[in-house]
Design a protein around this ligand. Structure first.
Ligand SMILES: NC(=O)CC[C@H](N)C(=O)O
Length: 370
């Protein structure tokens, strides 16, 4: 580390009063949100720019981040979306031929407040036993009592609607206008790679703001709908649940990922619940109940679909389960061309085991075009 750099102290305060001392990184300031941890060893830039992390202060479990720098197009949206960052070690210097800049510059340019030199293993163990909670990090207020006052103002993630804050404000198109398949995308905070996976398969996309009316999306004459991922609690998104109901009533093929999956369940009156500490990482084992095969998946969610309510529903079937905790990872609607998964088949970052779900979507679309 160059001698010229002055390292400032920073502090992390948890909702239950636990305090961690560390060092400042990125912007000097204060940031708060729900504490969440990601166990992935790579892909920090894609993770930081994933809109589903809006409102969360993220712990990167890997003991070192920043060592391969950042690259302009390794992003899942136009800016950093996490509210704050906690790490063990940060590499100021990076080594990767394709990288354009350091993580330090990337985070400072994105005004992100970060803290490092924190015992992240102790911190993660703490959340794993106590459950998800809010936190605040600061490199400008080092007085714990003052930070407690600030932390008290931070809303709970449960009941928080955030999609409108990250969704596109204006509809836009993507891909080849002459493509034989048109897909309307409900952008609840869509990751770029989902759009890439869809357009590369030969679809012309129109990406609509999360709260667009069904009638408006229909003017695109879509052959199918894609319901994207997104931040926050899915339950308060009544406008989106209603739109999903209208899409289903019109018999349009539908594929939902993560928040999109939760909205498909909610549209069938299947409730979602806040998980103890969520799933965020690149190695979550999921079993496909239709093929009996296991996939290693990318995950990022703090809410999940109620398994008992799915079982009790005559028209909804569980297609995938998480092998760590048996939670619902995928559903299919028996009487409609619709399915969804809780995990991330676009997998940036992550393994590509689940990319077949995009093929399944296109097969379903084509079957419904005949
Ligand atoms: N990646 C996502 O779409 C996350 C969905 C939702 N915000 C959750 O935390 O469960």
């Amino acid at each position: 580390m160059p001698q010229t750099r002055t390292i400032q102290p920073a502090i992390l305060l948890l909702e239950d009063g636990t305090v961690f001392q560390g060092k400042a990184f990125g912007k000097i300031g204060t940031a708060a949100g729900e504490l969440a941890f990601n166990t992935g060893m790579t892909g920090y830039q894609e993770v930081f720019t994933d809109p589903s992390y809006k409102g969360q202060v993220l712990i990167m479990n890997n003991c070192y981040i920043g060592n391969y720098g950042t690259k302009t197009d390794d992003v899942e949206s136009s800016s950093v979306k996490i509210s704050g960052l906690i790490a063990k070690n940060i590499a100021y210097n990076y080594s990767r031929k394709m990288a354009d800049e350091s993580l330090e510059k990337f985070l400072t340019d994105n005004n992100l407040v970060a803290i490092y030199d924190v015992d992240t293993r102790a911190l993660v163990t703490h959340i794993r036993s106590k459950g998800a909670m809010n936190c605040i990090i600061s490199s400008e207020i080092l007085d714990v009592e003052k930070l407690k006052e600030e932390l008290a103002k931070v809303p709970s993630m449960e009941g928080l609607a955030l999609s409108q804050e990250v969704s596109t404000k204006e509809a836009y198109t993507l891909g080849d206008p002459e493509a034989p398949i048109r897909i309307a995308v409900m952008d609840n905070g869509v990751k770029r790679n989902m759009l890439k996976c869809l357009s590369e398969k030969g679809a012309y996309l129109k990406v609509f703001p999360t709260d667009s009316k069904f009638e408006e999306t229909e003017t695109f004459q879509p052959h199918a709908y894609f319901i994207s991922n997104g931040p926050g609690d899915p339950a308060p998104l009544k406008y989106a649940i209603d739109t999903v109901k209208q899409i289903l009533a019109a018999e349009r093929p539908l594929f939902g990922i993560c928040l999109g999956h939760q909205l498909l369940a909610l549209a069938h009156d299947i409730p979602t619940y806040k998980m103890h500490h969520g799933h965020r990482g690149l190695n979550h084992p999921v079993k496909n109940l239709q093929t009996g095969l296991c996939e290693i998946t990318t995950q990022n969610h703090g809410f999940a679909v109620d398994a008992k309510a799915v079982e009790a529903h005559p028209n909804v079937e569980v297609t995938h389960i998480n092998l760590n905790d048996n939670s619902v990872e995928g559903i299919r609607i028996k009487n409609k061309p619709a399915f969804s998964v809780q995990y991330h088949p676009e997998s940036t970052p992550g393994p590509h085991d689940s990319r077949y779900l995009f093929d399944d979507f296109f097969t379903m679309i084509k079957a419904n075009m005949k």
